[in-house]
Design a protein around this ligand. Structure first.
Ligand SMILES: NC(=O)C1=CN([C@@H]2O[C@H](COP(=O)(O)OP(=O)(O)OC[C@H]3O[C@@H](n4cnc5c(N)ncnc54)[C@H](OP(=O)(O)O)[C@@H]3O)[C@@H](O)[C@H]2O)C=CC1
Ligand SMILES: CC(C)(CO)C(=O)C(=O)O
Length: 293
């Protein structure tokens, strides 16, 4: 996702620096640019590439690691928080904006979700298998002008962005969806189509209902009908898709389970309510994490 957003923003005229932990990837991107395959075809777009330590000051820091790496990535560019930079997370899961706000001033933190689909094509390529949207807002409502400025920037890159004043609803809805389908699919080692059974639907619906109840304790009102319709759509139309959590599991990487089901369970505990199905799925995924037994 980082390469997709970097390439689109650079193509639209922004000065962009890609930061990564993979020196070979940085070298390829520095030397050859990002090979972008999107709805406009295939082209190479020049961007700067840097280690975190050497990252130059910026107006916007866009965080696009997997959630498991959020804190280390944010700490590695902490020097950028000294300037005027806003920081934006469009990652999956909950808690990423709060992690940004530990380093960047809360009034500089922006958050949201995106359904742009992207796959890295090593060493320096990225493919978007379709188009998407970005919904973003500010952690602090007084920072709405900063959110509007980023929407303009992303729109110049034709990323279809909008300022969503209820962005927490969008973030929690995506977390509910991911907590249900990504976790089940990872536990069962099946693409989304394999979840379309009465038991699969019952378990996924239970996770969605538990997440709705937890979110309500924080005055975040989620739309149950919309979420169930989204689940139905995915079960019917994304049968062959392996959710990112399953892809991480198959590649031997840590998954985003703690940022998704794990955060929902923590929020449930804080509110003094139970989320037993979400918690059980979290435990089952956790048991298969690399290095656990
Ligand atoms: N891909 C998609 O279609 C979508 C993804 N998302 C969300 O966006 C986020 C990013 O996903 P995605 O782009 O797929 O993830 P990827 O794993 O493809 O890319 C993340 C990149 O961050 C690098 N990285 C790891 N640790 C650090 C660090 N400390 N500092 C800098 N870079 C680091 C990784 O390197 P290395 O590989 O060496 O670990 C990798 O190159 C996730 O939260 C995901 O759920 C949301 C919507 C769609
Ligand atoms: C594409 C989608 C919505 C499928 O669960 C997703 O968010 C993921 O794979 O993480």
């Amino acid at each position: 996702m980082g390469c997709l957003f970097a390439a689109r923003l650079a193509h639209a005229g922004s000065m962009v620096t890609v930061v990564d932990v993979d020196q070979a990837r940085l070298d390829h991107i520095s030397a050859e640019g990002i090979r972008l395959h999107d709805e406009f075809g295939e082209r190479t777009i020049r961007v700067a590439a840097s280690t975190a330590q050497a990252a130059p000051s910026a107006d916007l820091v866009l965080l696009f690691t997997k959630a498991v790496h959020s804190r280390s990535a944010i700490a590695s560019v902490a020097h950028l928080a000294d300037g005027n930079a806003c920081a934006l997370t469009l990652q999956n899961g909950l808690g990423n904006a709060e992690a940004l706000a530990e380093v960047f001033a809360p009034e500089k933190v922006l958050l949201g979700v995106t359904d742009w689909p992207a796959d890295l094509a090593p060493p320096n390529g990225v493919s978007a298998h379709g188009t998407g949207h970005v919904w973003l807002g500010a952690l602090n409502p007084a920072s709405a002008p900063a959110a509007n400025a980023v929407v303009e920037l992303l729109d110049a890159a034709r990323m279809s962005a909008q300022h969503d004043t209820q962005v927490l609803e969008a973030i929690w809805e995506k977390a509910a969806f991911n907590a249900a389908l990504n976790a089940l699919s990872t536990i069962l080692n099946t693409p989304v189509g394999g979840l379309d059974t009465p038991d699969g639907r019952r378990i996924a619906t239970a996770v969605i209902d538990e997440t709705i109840a937890v979110a309500l304790t924080r005055n975040i009102a989620m739309n149950r009908e919309r979420l169930l319709a989204k689940m139905d759509f995915a079960l019917a139309n994304h049968k062959a898709h392996k959710p990112s959590m399953l892809q991480d599991r198959l590649a031997g990487r840590a998954t985003e389970i703690e940022a998704i089901n794990g955060q929902i369970v923590l929020a449930a505990r804080e509110a003094g309510i139970a989320a037993p199905v979400t918690e059980t799925l979290a435990a089952l995924v956790r048991m298969g994490e690399p290095g656990r037994n």
